[in-house]
Design a protein around this ligand. Structure first.
Ligand code: FAD
Ligand code: UDP
Length: 376
């Protein structure tokens, strides 16, 4: 009998396995239906010997020092600031849109103050900013929305930006200065030896057993356990009994080229005519030196592994109904991007897992505290 069965060896499951084994001394079986740990953050050396991310580019960034401190127990870091270019009108321009983006796109020489006036003259008045279209057109206007956001978003999500919650495109800010970093968080780094190495160190503990290529749906009645942590899709856990929650997927095309460098930065976005949304060149992320280079093209699709919850009101409403079922489930915890249907970054999932662990600890001390109180 295991104290805990954890479904999913990504960030959510691995953080909880590590905490439970080291802080509570309880036994954990962590399973994953894939053939590896790390979830979507998994990285590995490809046939050419280049470190690549199997599920697209993963850049660690956060403002939470406590999350950095926690993960730093398992990895050293390589400082890395992510920069992205967008292929628009046959030019490669910085995204998020900044002063250089506009000056290069329109062959202008604006200052930051003039750019603010430029945006003010372009932006549309939107009474209530609700959708991913509203948030962009009310900041920079329709022309830039069409060039940089509409096509990318339609490809990525399969719907118009006007059908998605504002939180999606609001992830990408607009700047009037020349800051060309994709993220502005205080901590931006890559695990020095890769994500998988970091996960191996989290999960190497005598009280943790790892079982791969094992689907919870096939073994759920076979492995005795006291408590369960589930990090897969929440609708799947309940056999889709309230209907399917939509998740967006990606097809990844991985290629290796016989040249040292393909593009000037790690990621180039394609918001216009191509079928793919972006191309990632990993050596920029990892700093690896190699005579060849490996790339990933991302083609969005509705079928395949679930990667992205789709933020829109009707999906949130269905998720809330699943959440009610989850809340009624004793001794089962739902954690992570798929199980809580949240478009979370890695640091947010780590934060959510650590918060769940704190709740597990409090729950177990509460009866004792209540007992002491009652006795007084
Ligand atoms: P996952 O990593 O999805 O892990 C869940 C695991 O559960 C999976 O391995 C799955 O196989 C397993 N599982 C599910 N159901 C079952 C079952 N029934 N039985 C057994 N196993 C099961 N975040 C950032 O911070 N920075 C980035 O740059 C970034 N880039 C991203 C790029 C892409 C293309 C994608 C898709 C995501 C990106 N993210 C990024 C988000 C990041 O991947 C997630 O926040 C994080 O990996 C989520 O961890 P998780 O444990 O919740 O889920
Ligand atoms: N987006 C866009 N154009 C871009 C970059 C992003 O329209 O050049 C929109 C798109 O809808 C995307 C969302 O903003 O899905 C969030 O972008 P982010 O880079 O955060 O996506 P992720 O890395 O999570 O796939």
């Amino acid at each position: 009998m295991f104290d805990w069965l954890i479904v999913g060896a990504g960030f959510a499951g691995s953080v909880l396995a590590e905490r439970i084994a080291t802080q509570r001394g309880e036994s954990v079986l962590i399973i994953d239906r894939r053939s590896h740990i790390g979830g979507n953050a998994y990285d590995c050396y490809d046939d050419a010997g280049i470190l690549v991310h199997r599920y697209g580019p993963h850049i660690f960034h956060t403002n939470a020092q406590s999350i950095v401190d926690y993960l730093s127990q398992f990895t050293a870091w390589r400082p890395y600031e992510h920069r992205v270019l967008s292929a628009v009108d046959d030019k490669l321009l910085p995204i998020p849109i900044n002063l250089d983006t506009i000056n290069k796109l329109y062959d202008l020489d604006l200052t930051s103050e003039q750019l603010e006036e430029f945006f003010a003259s372009k932006r549309e008045i939107v009474d209530e900013v609700r959708t991913s279209e509203d948030v962009v057109v009310s900041t920079i206007g329709r022309e830039l929305y069409e060039k940089f956001f509409r096509g990318y978003t339609r490809k990525q999500w399969g719907v118009e930006p006007s059908e998605l919650s504002k939180s999606v495109t609001a992830r990408v800010p607009t700047r009037t200065n020349r800051d060309d970093r994709y993220f502005s968080d205080s901590f931006q780094c890559m695990p020095a030896h890769g994500y998988t190495r970091m996960f191996e160190r989290m999960l190497t503990h005598p009280r943790i057993k790892v079982l791969l290529q094992t689907d919870y749906r096939e073994i759920r009645h076979l492995i005795p356990h006291r408590q369960l942590i589930f990090t897969g899709p929440i609708d799947e856990f309940f056999d889709w009994k309230l209907g399917r929650l939509p998740y967006r997927s990606l097809d990844f095309k991985h290629v290796t080229l016989d040249r040292e460098q393909f593009q000037p930065v790690a990621v180039v976005n394609y918001p216009q005519t191509e079928q793919y949304t972006r191309i990632t060149e990993y050596k920029h992320l990892t700093g690896q030196r190699h005579s060849q280079t490996s790339l990933t093209y991302e083609y969005p699709t509705d079928t395949g592994d679930p990667y992205y919850p789709v933020p829109r009101p009707e999906n949130e409403a269905l998720y809330k109904r699943y959440l009610a079922l989850a809340d009624a489930q004793s001794d089962t915890w739902f954690v992570g991007r798929l199980a809580t249907y949240r478009y979370y970054n890695m640091d947010q999932v780590v934060g959510q897992a650590l918060a769940t662990f704190a709740r597990i600890q409090t729950r177990d001390t509460q009866p004792a505290a209540a007992f002491v109180e009652a006795a007084q």
